[in-house]
Every structure is written in structure tokens, then in C-alpha cells.
Design a protein around this ligand. Structure first.
Ligand code: F6P
Length: 528
């Protein structure tokens, strides 16, 4: 491994001048993104590839319904696809698909603006690739949650085969066109290399939606070289935080015979250059803010208040996929401690834990679900009085109006992840509080904590401090709540999903070319 120092930019063509200083300071809108896509993507085919599909159809009471898939990934990329009429390739899941013989369907279903193409996996493939290598291996490897990763050779073989299957579909979709392939997440780490090997001119980028671990942790993986080789088939690798980029560059430099520039976050490997850049993901602030004010949400607030007996209560809220990285037992222990320390809040505070079960084929998730049932039962039987139960648990898929109503009813929302790339629940809570009220209690181990500094930041492992933060959130004067929330809303309003997507696209289309030119200049320039 050799560390290189890049030149200072002599000889750069004017169209490659840095854009970020000017463009980073403005408020990005959907229309700006659409204009940018037209300018940058032009006639190229834009193909997004992810495991999770953006629209899932399920039969509910004999009617085909469009359900939102879990996680922020699909919501984040959808606006880009709606702007460019591209194709989104994903694994087929759900009950029923109104697809054609190639697996294509126009989406969004109510007003199609792009094409979704589904890749069908057998049960065995899904087991080895999704549950096995991706979620029992890579997921715990990348999160500091003290769950041991499992690396099984059969799962690895299946992961490779499924990555090849996705690559074949992508190549078939591209045909002879010029194309940009934007891959999402850890399920498809081998895909970019497979694409580049066959079509070196395709522009490739990947966003890694979870943290990247330190090199010492990553080397636990028996197939670390192959994974890195796959990812370096990308022209651009995006992570949420600078720390993830640093970890990735360090991992590459310790593992492969590559030349890296830690200063510029650039890797040269097999005569190709990959840029490593941070892009903190976000939400569609304006849309969430508007949805939160809908009449359906007002009605749902009334219904929930009645049904759950929330009338005079201070409501606390957690919304999570039921995952061991989210620190849900830690927050329940903090609520228990708060109730022990503050009996004056008995019959005055209710905590609603909502969110869908996830990856239920995996032992660690089944154990978590049992642990939550036990903890909630213990806390409720310890403190309940009359009709009051301190914890209401809703571990099912719920309509989006219900989630929105819960956000609006909440005095405080807890995000207590043990480790989280970003955590969009925190940003969604902030975006939905158009009334400028509500307190966010946020783990410092989320990417969101770097932006939302006006939250009450608390270590989920420190139960005593956590309980005190809950107390602070229920006693905080309205003026303080509003001023903190106002500040956080300004941040999410500005760093919205359109800015995230635009920066990613600009870096992919301009930054990578600029860097390649600089590299060429540097390598050919005399006396260096
Ligand atoms: O954000 C990480 C992520 O794995 C996404 O890729 C995914 O959409 C989300 O969490 C939900 O997980 P899953 O797709 O396994 O249900």
C-alpha cells in the first residue's frame, strides 16, 4: 500500500470547478432536483438497485393495497426516481404483483413515473443471502451492538450467487445504453465489480446505509478482500458520516494492495479510482410537515386518544423496526427507573412503543422479541393502577396516519439506538412537529446526533442519566421545548432529502470525473 498526495488542481477544465460551496448553501427543492437530474443524467439510463423494493403490494381483506416498506432507504431514493423515469431493480416481496412477464411494474401505483423491476429469489436464496450473510453476518459486523456476527460458507456462496443474479438483471436492463447504476446498501456489495467487469463505462455509485466498522472489526469477516474488491468497482462510495469514510479508507489500506489518500478520501485500486464521501441522509421535510397537518391525522389523533385513554396523559413515543441495534430494552429500563424515581408521574405518563417486527427468521430477533414481551409485562404489572398502564406496545405494521398521529400526540420521542448510521425516526419526528413543540431524546450513537444537537443527547447504556433525561423532557418549560424544536426544524428543513440526493448525484457525475482527471494529471506530471 502506498499513500499518495494529490496535486492542487492545475489544469482542471472550468466545467469541473467545485460546486459544493455555492450549491451546498441553498435550500434544495424537488424542482431543483428535477432540473439537476435533467442536466446531469441527460439521456443516460439511471438504474437504482436495492434489496428492498420501493412499493410493496399486499392483499388486505380482498383488496390489493400498497404498503410502505420498512426503513428510510426506499423513501429517500423515491424522489430521485420520480424525477428521472429510471428503473429500480429490487427483490420481489409481498403477496401479489401486477407485473408484466419481465417483472416490471410502473410506480408509484396511483401515478406511475418510473419502472420497478423485480428479481425473484427462491426461499433458499433468501435464507442464505438476506437472512444469512447480509443480516446475520454483515449487519452485526457493522453495528456496535455486541451481537456476534455469524459467517457461514453456504450463506456466502448464496450471497455471491444472488449478487450475480442481480448483476445479470442490471446488465440486461442496461443493454447497449449509457448508464448510471446506483446501488444501495450491504446486501449488494459484490454487484458494482460484476457490472464494471462487463461494462467498464457504466458510472457506478453505492450508498452504504449502515455504519462502516473499524478495520479491526471488519477483519473478523473471512471474505473481507472479496467484499472490498466488489465495493471498489464503484466510482463513488457514499456513507452517512466522515467517520464511516475514514474507517472504510483505513480498512482498504490495511486489507488490499491499493493506493489510498486519507487526506482526500480516494482509493486507487486495479487502475481505477473510487471516491469515498459522506452524505448524511434526510427526509422530505416539507412533505412530512404537510402530511402532519392533514385532516386524516387529526381524526386519527382523536381515535387514538379515545382508544388508548391518552386524554390527560403526557405521551412518550418510540417508533422502531424491532431490531437489537435500536436499544429498545435500554429505553424500557430507563422508563422503569424514571417511574421508580418519580411516583408523582404515575398515572400521568404513558409510553407508546410502536413499530413492526423485523427479520423474524433470525434467532437474535426472536430473542429480542421475547425479551421485550417480558420487560413490558414486568414494568406494566409493577406500576399499573386502575386503567392506567405505563407502556402500550404496538409491534405491528400501522398506517402512516397512525404513526403521524402518534408523533403529534407525543410530548417526547425516544431514539436510543446502540449504533445507527443516521436514524430517520428522529428527523421524521422533528419534521412532523409543525407546532414547534415536543422533545427529542437522542442517542449519541446515531448519525442524527451530529446534526440534532438541540435534542437531549443521552447514552442509552447509562440508565440513571437516561431516566433523568425523561424527567427533564416531561418537566421542560414550553419556551425551552419550542426553542429547541425550532432550531432542529431549521436544520432538517435545510438538510433535506433533496439536498442529500442532489449532492450524491453531483458527486457521482462531476466529482468522480474531476478526481480521475486530477489523478491522471498527477500521475503523468513530471517532477512529482
Ligand atoms: O437502513 C438499513 C436497512 O437495512 C435498509 O437497507 C432497509 O431498507 C432497512 O434497514 C429495513 O431493513 P429490512 O429491509 O431488512 O427490513
Amino acid at each position: 500500500m502506498t499513500r499518495i498526495k494529490l496535486g492542487g488542481g492545475e489544469g482542471i477544465s472550468p466545467k469541473w470547478q467545485p460546486y459544493t460551496r455555492k450549491e451546498d448553501m441553498r435550500m434544495w427543492t424537488k424542482e431543483d432536483l428535477q432540473r439537476l437530474v435533467r442536466r446531469e443524467v441527460g439521456d443516460c439510463r439511471l438504474i437504482v438497485v436495492s434489496n428492498r423494493q420501493p412499493y410493496v403490494f399486499e392483499m388486505v381483506d380482498g383488496i390489493l393495497e400498497n404498503m410502505s416498506p420498512p426503513g428510510g432507504l426506499t423513501r429517500a431514493i423515491d424522489p430521485l426516481m420520480q424525477s428521472c423515469n429510471g428503473t429500480w431493480i429490487a427483490e420481489g416481496a409481498g403477496d401479489h404483483f401486477p407485473v408484466d412477464e419481465r417483472g416490471n411494474v410502473g410506480v408509484p401505483p396511483e401515478d406511475p413515473s418510473y419502472n420497478m423491476r423485480l428479481v425473484w429469489l427462491t426461499e433458499k436464496e433468501e435464507q442464505g443471502y438476506y437472512y444469512g450473510f447480509s443480516n446475520e453476518g454483515l449487519w452485526p459486523l457493522c453495528h456496535n451492538a455486541f451481537t456476534e456476527p455469524v459467517f457461514n460458507v453456504d450463506d456466502w456462496e448464496t450471497y455471491k450467487a444472488v449478487n450475480q443474479k442481480f448483476a445479470d438483471t442490471v446488465l440486461n436492463e442496461i443493454g447497449s445504453s449509457d448508464a448510471i447504476v446506483l446501488t444501495q446498501d450491504y446486501h449488494l456489495a459484490l454487484l458494482p465489480r460484476l457490472i464494471k467487469q462487463t461494462k467498464p463505462n457504466v458510472i457506478t455509485g453505492q450508498f452504504w446505509h449502515i455504519p462502516w466498522p473499524s478495520p479491526d472489526v471488519f477483519r473478523i469477516c473471512p471474505w473481507q478482500n472479496e467484499l472490498l474488491d466488489g465495493l471498489l468497482g464503484n466510482d463513488l462510495m457514499g456513507f452517512h458520516l466522515s467517520n464511516d469514510c475514514t474507517n472504510f479508507v483505513e480498512t482498504v489500506s490495511r486489507t488490499l494492495r491499493a493506493r489510498v489518500s486519507s487526506e482526500y478520501n480516494i482509493v486507487d485500486y486495479l487502475n481505477e479510482t473510487t471516491l469515498i464521501r459522506p452524505f448524511p441522509i434526510s427526509v422530505d421535510f416539507e412533505q412530512i410537515c404537510e402530511e402532519a397537518q392533514g385532516s386524516d391525522v387529526n381524526l386519527e389523533m382523536e381515535r387514538l386518544t379515545d382508544e388508548l385513554g391518552l386524554g390527560d396523559m403526557i405521551v412518550g413515543l418510540g417508533i422502531d423496526r424491532i431490531d437489537y441495534t435500536k436499544g429498545i430494552p435500554h429505553r424500557l429500563r430507563a422508563i422503569e427507573r424514571f417511574l421508580e424515581k418519580h411516583p408523582e408521574y404515575h398515572q400521568r405518563v404513558v409510553f407508546v412503543q410502536a413499530g413492526a417486527a423485523s427479520r423474524t427468521n433470525i434467532g437474535a430477533y426472536q430473542q429480542l422479541s421475547d425479551q421485550l414481551d417480558e420487560l413490558i409485562q414486568r414494568i406494566n404489572s409493577r406500576f399499573s393502577k386502575g386503567r392506567w398502564q405505563p407502556i402500550i406496545y404496538m409491534p405491528t405494521s400501522l398506517p402512516s396516519a397512525t404513526f403521524m398521529a402518534l408523533r403529534r400526540l407525543a410530548r417526547f420521542c425516544i431514539v436510543s439506538s446502540l449504533h445507527d448510521g443516521m436514524n430517520l425516526v428522529a428527523k421524521e419526528f422533528v419534521a412532523s412537529r409543525f407546532d414547534d413543540d415536543g422533545v427529542l431524546i437522542l442517542s449519541p450513537f446515531t448519525g442524527a446526533a451530529q446534526e440534532l444537537t438541540e435534542a437531549l443527547i443521552v447514552n442509552p447504556y447509562a440508565t440513571e442519566e437516561f431516566a433523568d433525561a425523561i424527567h427533564e423532557s416531561v418537566t421542560m418549560p414550553e419556551y425551552d421545548r419550542r426553542s429547541r424544536m425550532h432550531h432542529m426544524r431549521e436544520i432538517v428543513r435545510e438538510n433535506n432529502i433533496y439536498k442529500w440526493t442532489s449532492r450524491l448525484l453531483l458527486e457521482l457525475m462531476q466529482g468522480t470525473q474531476r478526481t480521475k482527471a486530477l489523478q491522471r494529471d498527477h500521475l503523468t506530471a513530471p517532477n512529482r
